[in-house]
Design a binder for this molecule. Structure first.
Ligand code: NDP
Length: 283
């Protein structure tokens, strides 16, 4: 019997997940259907319950439901528990298992697709929202030299850094890579090997107020946002001397591959799907 999966969001019509998962299913000969489902802003729980009742096997969750999905789960992966947000649900009888594959997707895109090691690197993470929270533990697990979390609201960055005290070195602990936090001005006079934009500033076409000199020689500027051509952050990074720039399309495809693996036990090849999406985006 054909298994049913879906992505839930609001809005969701723009989602590329049905295209990605259908391509994965075809390439791995998995018998499944994957749809985009719009849930009312106050109707996520009901939408999931209806989907389970209709035989749905699993789901992806996107804006604005990732935190609500986290609260709905009866069992969580460690990375989802740490992220406080869930983007992948797997249903097994009454159990709702929740995982968060965003961080693994980012790390895989940087280390495998972009062939860039994170070990020993000085990383600057811009933003302190859900996306930033979801990627911190996987970034730290890759053993960078340091991680600075910089956000428009410094207090949010500080609170975020504090919640990773058990796996990070700060003034209070000495376990793991050194983690610091502040506002964008905190980056002045410092330089970084990898700068990751996890703010939503590019969504509204806004540029970030970053001091010049933060991009080290051979640095990588990575924007989690993606679209046709360079994002405003990528434009700024190039102007300020970043040697390499990438958008978040690879992260999107890799987090989907990780979700597919959780559901089907098969890891799909991502290169062809990423190339197909890139071509479609540029058309
Ligand atoms: P949130 O709403 O949770 O957080 C938004 C963050 O952006 C906050 O840190 C906020 O700062 C900051 N911000 C918003 N506007 C501005 C601005 N004009 N200038 C400076 N900072 C700003 O969003 P998410 O964390 O869920 O998503 C962030 C981005 O990551 C989005 O672009 C999203 O599309 C992308 N993303 C990409 C994925 C992929 O697979 N490629 C997966 C997940 C997310 P403050 O705290 O001060 O308000």
């Amino acid at each position: 019997m054909t298994d049913l999966y879906a992505v839930f969001g609001n809005p969701v019509a723009h989602s590329k997940s049905p295209l990605i998962h259908s391509a994965f299913a075809q390439a791995t000969a998995q018998d499944l259907i994957y749809e985009a489902r719009l849930a009312a802003v106050d109707g996520f729980k009901q939408a999931i319950s209806d989907f389970q009742a209709a035989g749905g096997k699993g789901a992806n969750v996107t804006v604005p439901f990732k935190e609500e999905a986290y609260r709905l789960c009866t069992r969580l992966s460690e990375r989802a528990a740490r992220a406080g947000a869930v983007n992948t649900l797997a249903f097994n009888g009454a159990e709702i298992f929740g995982d968060n594959t965003d961080g693994a997707g980012l790390v895989r895109d940087i280390t495998v697709n972009l062939r860039r090691s994170l070990a020993g690197q000085r990383i600057l993470l811009l933003g302190a929202g859900g996306a930033a929270r979801g990627v911190i533990a996987p970034l730290l697990a890759a053993q960078p030299a340091s991680l600075l979390i910089a956000n428009r609201s410094a207090d949010k960055a500080a609170a975020l850094a504090k919640s990773f005290l058990d796996i990070a070195a700060t003034t209070e602990t000495t376990v793991g890579p050194r983690v610091n936090a502040g506002n964008f001005a905190e980056t002045a006079g410092k330089s970084f090997d990898i700068v990751i934009n996890a703010t939503s500033a590019s969504l509204s076409g806004e540029s970030l107020p970053l001091p010049s000199g933060i991009f080290a020689a051979a640095s990588l500027a990575y924007d989690m946002m993606y679209g046709r051509g360079d994002t405003p952050f990528m434009v700024l990074a190039r102007q300020q001397g970043a040697a390499h720039c990438a958008d978040g399309l690879g992260m999107l495809v890799e987090q989907a591959a990780e979700a597919f693996f959780i559901w089907r036990g098969v890891r799909p090849e991502t290169t062809a799907v990423l190339a197909e999406l890139r071509t479609a985006l540029s058309a």
